[in-house]
Structure formats: C-alpha cells, structure tokens
Design a protein around this ligand. Structure first.
Ligand code: NAD
Length: 302
C-alpha cells in the first residue's frame, strides 16, 4: 500500500492561515504587532532570496517587518552595534541575521549578541539550553526541527512511546529534533536514538523506527528495506543531484533529492515527506510562529 504523503506545503499554508488570524486578533484586541528584522550583509544571491522570502511572508502575515541591508564591508563592531539597536527596539520581537557572513566577521560573536528573547531562530546557546531543560523553559525551538515536529503531529502519528530514530547529529537539525522528541509533553514523549557517521549498524537502528527522521545530506542513504512497514518517514535531506529545464520558465533549475529513496520508500512507509515540498516549506513558517510567540511573551500574553 502506498504511504500517505505528508505535504509540507499544505501544512505550512494551514499554519500561516492560523498565524494570520492570530496576528489580526493580537492587533485588534491587544494592540500588539509582531516585529521581525532580517539583517543581510552583502549580496550573496542565495541569501538575498532567503531574506526576500522571509520578508514576503512576514508582510503577508501583517507583521511590522524590516529588511536591513548592510554593505559587504561593514565592520564587525558596526554590525554588533546594529544588533544592539534592535535588541533595544520594543517594536522588534525577532532578529534574524542571514548567514553566511563575510569572512572578516566572527559569525558566532554576532549570533551570540542577539538578545536570546529575540532569537527567533533558536540557535543562541541560551535557547539551546532552554530546549534541553524543556517544558515552559523552551522558548524558541529551532525552525526546521520545530517544523518536523508539526509535520509528525499533524499527520496524526502517535509520538508518545514511539521509537524515534534520527539520522544525523548536526546542531541545526539532528540534535535539536532529538531533544524536542524526547521532551515529556504533547507531540513528543518518544524514545529517541541518534545515529551518525560513528554508528556501527545504521540499518538495524533504522529498521526499529516507528518515526524515522533523516538529516544526513547524503542522497538515497536510507534504503527502502531499512524502513519498518507503516513507519512515518521525515526526509530532511535536500541534495542537488543535477539540473533540468523548468517547464514554467525554461530556465535550468536544480534537481533535488532527499536522503531517502522516495519512490521505493513510499510503498513501505505509512507516511512520508516528499523532497521538495516536505520539510522545506515549514522552516520559514516556524520562524514566523516564533516571532508571534516572542511578541506575545514581550506583551505578557504567553
Ligand atoms: P550536516 O552536514 O551538518 O549534518 C549531517 C549529519 O549526518 C552529521 O551529523 C553526520 O554525522 C550525519 N551523516 C552524514 N553522512 C552519514 C552517513 N553516511 N551515515 C550516518 N550519518 C551520516 O547537515 P545538516 O545541516 O543537518 O543538514 C542535513 C540535510 O538536511 C542536508 O541535506 C540539508 O540540506 C538538509 N536541510 C534541510 C532543511 C530544510 O529543508 N529546511 C534545513 C536544514 C537542513
């Protein structure tokens, strides 16, 4: 039987609709307008397109949104001053510095300068610690892992007591999603295993998974026979495996593949995310959700 396809595009648009209504109610009833600033240094084309997409979504949701473009040669000192300005701006609830930064700037220093209560990306060490502690301490979950949890929950999979196996131990996906799924609470409470390049028998671990989350960045790493029949498979991997001509624009566009062989896996899994259109569309949406939460926290409403 073919698996249910978990559409990140659909879930993301559902969450955005919910957020739009929440933002309208916040404005009308409390006079609160969520504020997001995206800081872009230089003109890296990929960064420009990411920032533009974030600003477009913030605008559509009715946020107070600022795109702050800075020249490639801005000094680290001036960038830190800029962050300090937004840290102290009560209209701004979320600060996002688009990475990568030019080589003369210490990325870590810049990210750590963001007020943890405005760190809607959830990567500040304070927020990483808050997530580890869990419960109400966890303020901003990193966006891609938070999106993964939403996809699992909204697809109707029971997480409590489930065997969750996470392939990959990066700080942006593997570790935080493992942390999220082991928390005692709704949409989690799972038994979690993380596997990685040092793991002896990847296949044996994957075969046990009721929920298999793959974030390795290796196309086709997880073979269909490694999937437990009926499992929920979340494929985070986005790998460029070639180029093709777009039917819409006639331009060459990358061919993207996940870490799981989708066509074969969907005949075994109970549910599976496609690539593209699975986890990808969730990330910006969760950034918006974090910004709304930050605005509510600042107003004492959450
Ligand atoms: P990363 O390279 O930082 O981490 C990959 C992890 O996978 C490492 O911990 C490594 O130990 C593990 N790994 C790699 N090869 C392995 C193997 N052969 N066996 C076992 N473990 C192996 O990558 P990342 O930043 O976590 O991203 C992973 C993938 O997810 C990439 O394809 C990336 O493009 C994608 N991604 C997608 C989104 C999104 O859709 N929004 C966001 C972040 C990352």
């Amino acid at each position: 039987m073919s698996a249910k396809i978990i559409s990140g595009t659909e879930v993301a648009s559902q969450i955005r609709e919910e957020l739009k209504q929440e933002v309208t109610a916040l404005k009308e009833k409390q006079g609160v307008v969520p504020g997001l600033v995206t800081i872009l240094v230089g003109h890296n084309p990929a960064s420009v397109s990411y920032v533009t997409a974030k600003q477009k979504t913030a605008h559509e949701l009715g946020f107070h949104s600022i795109q702050d473009d800075q020249p490639e040669d801005i000094s680290e000192e001036n960038l830190l001053k800029l962050i300090d300005k937004y840290n102290n701006d009560p209209k701004i609830h979320g600060i996002l510095v688009q990475l990568p930064l030019p080589k003369h700037i210490d990325e870590k220093k810049v990210l750590n300068a963001i007020d943890p209560d405005k760190d809607v990306d959830g990567f500040h060490p304070v927020n990483v610690g808050r997530l580890m502690i869990g419960g109400k301490e966890a303020k901003f979950l990193p966006c891609t892992p938070a999106g993964i949890q939403e996809l699992i929950v909204r697809s109707g999979f029971e997480t409590a007591g489930a065997e969750v196996v996470v392939v990959g131990r990066s700080n942006i996906v593997g570790k935080p999603i493992a942390n999220i799924m082991l928390q005692k609470g709704k949409g989690a409470n799972s038994t979690v295993t993380i596997v990685h390049t040092g793991t002896k028998d990847l296949e044996a671990h994957c075969k046990r998974a009721d929920i298999l989350i793959v974030a390795a960045g290796v196309p086709g790493l997880v073979k269909p026979e490694w999937i437990k029949p009926g499992a929920c498979v979340i494929d985070v991997g986005v790998n460029r495996v070639g180029e093709k001509k777009s039917e819409k624009t006639g331009k060459m566009v990358p061919i993207l593949k996940g870490d799981v062989d989708f066509d074969a896996a969907k005949e075994i899994a109970g549910a599976i995310t496609p690539v593209p259109g699975g986890v990808g569309p969730m990330t910006i949406t969760m950034l918006m959700k974090n910004t709304v939460k930050s605005a509510k926290l600042a107003a004492g409403l959450a």
